[in-house]
Unconditional design. Structure first.
Length: 708
């Protein structure tokens, strides 16, 4: 019995030991396999790459230097690997005996170090290495390059020696290799999978409209294209707008169809749809066997409801609620965005930074970006207010903060020990940096320690922090001049379409529709709200709408009769045959050049002096279509200046300023003066008033004496 109990006891102990071992083994395996980025099984077979390039070349000087940029991991990506490619050159004084190193980190975790030195055979050197997946997270990730370089053994020389440099090349990048996740049919996924981020333009979606499309259907397509242009973060959006017959039914793309119930293709099989209202519906694309490809349908027989449906897709607060494949839109839906007033304080939090924290000695800086509405400019009295604190062990005779806008310094302030825990600084924005609607705001601290430049170690004791409630204060002046330097003003106002009427030829090809769509996808980059008014109309159907709208007129005199009506209001006028342009005071035109150009002309509308017009025209349809690249490419748009442009058949461009700028009112010129100038002006005004009063009193006194 005792022997039996002993065996039973040993057997229980053995089983218990096995269970404990398996339990511990499971815990260990779970810990080892846990990663922020997961490899999923429901993925597409196509491999994709997304490259995040650093930008411009960056020169490091001194012993310690660093630079960061960011890359994004989309929630719809199943990441295979992330590779960083760093290209750099180093000064010729650093040989293999010197101390020079480069360190790479992601999200403040180091993952690679290497000793570096000058290589005469390969002046631009490369580091290609995969970033460990467990350091990468969904959303934004920071990649940082840090360097340490000495060209001598003397501690006080290298920090101030201009010959001690390392240049990080601007084409250094991070490449994310991934497969897209297969989406379900919920509308809430929008804009995925129709809009995908990768290095290839071929995967951008196409919008399909009926062959005999209505003006309302084209309006909906252009508005949606504008929104997709806004959402696309990888540069210019090159999606297509196609008529149904030109859409390839063998296409493997994700498709958006905009139309009415009567003309809906039979293969879509939507007999059960409520036709009294508008519908949003997601189905598997019937044009491919690939079940990962989706088709989004936007259907209504009513132009207003169809446009309301597109605006619904432009409202993220509604879209995220639509966890089904069908949503019916009626007239009672409140789809328009709430508009925020941008006058007043724009805090650093509004600009995407809860706080700016900088550590380490010498020059440390951070940059924030903000874009004003296209129709607005910085106004008189605009300023930047910083709330900050910093370490108390600085050399306060040499430590200061400097603020830059678009690389132009606007002011500096010396740091003070007594204010280290609660300091503030205010800088007035000068007139010479108010010309751009894009603000790159840089806050730079010079954090100096006494005799610190002679140390051989990197001190991280000094630090500075700028609070997120720091702000830019702006009143925002309206831009009243119509020039391409502020395009898309006046068609975009306060981040929405500004009563835009697009007047088009009656019959357009799919190639025309795509090119025009890209113009509006570029304009869409400045749109935040879905409340604006955009309308398209055929030139043959114009019936007074042009009188209350900012008009864009596109076409040749042959296919758009509005061009002929506007001819006398153009700076570059057509001759009597409408086959060539006439010379003017800015440009003498020769044959056949005058027949082989397109012109852009931006001016006040002849139908309403409170509105504007942009006329895009040419005698040649092919040249006209190609010229639109200057209105749809973020790289080429900067070639446009003035209010008029001439583009030839080879894409060469000349711009002209045909009208003078509207001058500021006198009171605004006075308000733009600094405090000293205002003081002198005030004293002068008082002096003049005193003289006038004295003269009047003297005159009255003498007059009374004469009467006596």
């Amino acid at each position: 019995m005792n022997k039996y109990n002993t065996i039973l006891y040993k057997l229980k102990f053995f089983i218990f030991f096995i269970l404990i071992f398996l339990f511990i083994g499971n815990i260990i395996s779970i810990k080892v396999s846990a990663k922020p980025i997961k490899r999923l099984t429901n993925i597409e077979s196509v491999d994709n790459t997304k490259t995040y390039t650093m930008g411009n070349d960056l020169s490091f000087k001194g012993v310690f230097s660093s630079h960061s940029w960011y890359f994004n991991i989309n929630k719809w990506w199943s990441v295979n690997n992330v590779e960083t490619n760093i290209r750099f050159s180093i000064n010729q004084l650093v040989d293999a005996e010197k101390d020079a190193y480069i360190v790479l980190s992601v999200n403040n975790v180091n993952f690679y170090s290497q000793k570096i030195y000058y290589d005469s055979n390969n002046r631009v050197q490369k580091i290609n290495i995969n970033i460990p997946n467990d350091l990468i997270r969904d959303g934004s990730n920071e990649i940082k390059v840090e360097t340490y370089s000495r060209i001598s053994d003397l501690p006080c020389i290298d920090d101030v020696n201009m010959a001690n440099w390392i240049t990080i090349k601007g084409d250094s990048n991070v490449k994310v290799n991934f497969n897209n996740v297969i989406a379900d049919s919920n509308i809430s996924n929008f804009p995925y999978p129709y809009l995908k981020e990768n290095d290839e333009e071929t995967q951008q979606p196409c919008i399909v409209i009926p062959n005999n499309y209505s003006d309302g259907e084209l309006t909906a397509a252009l508005l949606l294209n504008s929104y997709l242009g806004k959402l696309y973060q990888s540069g210019d959006y090159y999606g297509e707008i196609l008529k149904y017959d030109d859409f390839s039914r063998t296409s493997s793309k994700n498709v958006i169809y905009i139309g009415n119930y009567q003309d809906i293709p039979q293969e879509l099989n939507l007999n059960d749809t409520d036709r009294e209202n508008a519908a949003l519906k997601v189905i598997n694309s019937p044009y491919t066997k690939d079940k990962s490809k989706k088709m989004l349908l936007i259907l209504s027989d009513n132009d207003e409801l169809r446009l309301k449906t597109v605006k619904t897709l432009m409202n993220k607060e509604i879209v995220f609620q639509l966890n089904s494949d069908t949503f019916i839109i009626d007239k009672n839906l409140e789809e328009e965005n709430k508009i925020q007033d941008e006058d007043g304080k724009i805090t650093f939090k509004d600009m995407g930074s809860n706080e700016v924290y900088l550590k380490g000695q010498f020059r440390r800086s951070a940059t924030l970006n903000y874009s004003l509405p296209k129709n607005r400019a910085l106004s008189v009295g605009d300023k930047i207010k910083l709330f900050m604190r910093y370490s108390e062990n600085l050399d306060f005779n040499r430590s200061l903060v400097t603020v830059y806008i678009n690389n132009t310094p606007i002011g500096s302030k010396k740091l003070e020990k007594v204010k280290a825990n609660d300091d503030e600084a205010e800088f007035i924005i000068p007139d010479d940096v108010k010309l751009s609607g894009y603000m790159e705001l840089t806050v730079a601290f010079d954090l100096e320690l006494e005799n610190s430049y002679c140390e051989k170690r990197q001190e991280e004791t000094p630090w500075a922090l700028v609070r997120g409630d720091s702000y830019i204060y702006t009143g925002l002046d309206d831009i009243n001049n119509y020039y391409f330097s502020t395009y898309g003003t006046p068609f975009i106002k306060d981040r929405k379409y500004n009563d835009v009427l697009l007047i088009l030829p009656d019959n357009l090809t799919s190639e025309d529709l795509t090119s025009i769509g890209r113009v509006f996808s570029y304009l869409g980059k400045d749109i935040y709200y879905n409340n604006g008014v955009l309308k398209t109309i055929r030139s043959s159907k114009i019936n007074g709408e042009e009188k209350d709208s900012n008009i864009i007129v596109y076409g040749t005199p042959k296919n758009n009769n509005v061009i002929k009506k506007l001819n006398n209001n153009l700076w570059f006028k057509y001759d009597d045959t409408y086959l060539k342009f006439l010379s003017n005071e800015k440009l003498f035109l020769t044959d056949p050049f005058s027949r082989e150009i397109a012109t852009f002309q931006l001016d006040v509308s002849p139908y309403n002096v409170q509105k504007s017009m942009l006329v895009i025209t040419s005698p040649d349809e092919h040249i006209l279509r190609n010229s639109l690249e200057y209105l749809s490419s973020s790289k080429k748009i900067y070639n446009l200046n003035g209010d008029s442009a001439v583009i030839d058949q080879y894409g060469n461009i000349k711009t002209y300023k045909m009208k003078e700028e509207i001058s500021k009112p006198i009171y605004k010129n006075v308000a733009s003066l600094d405090s000293k100038a205002k003081g002198l002006l005030g004293i002068s005004a008082l002096f003049i008033i005193f003289i006038i009063i004295s003269i009047v009193m003297y005159y009255l006194k003498n007059r009374s004496i004469e009467k006596k």
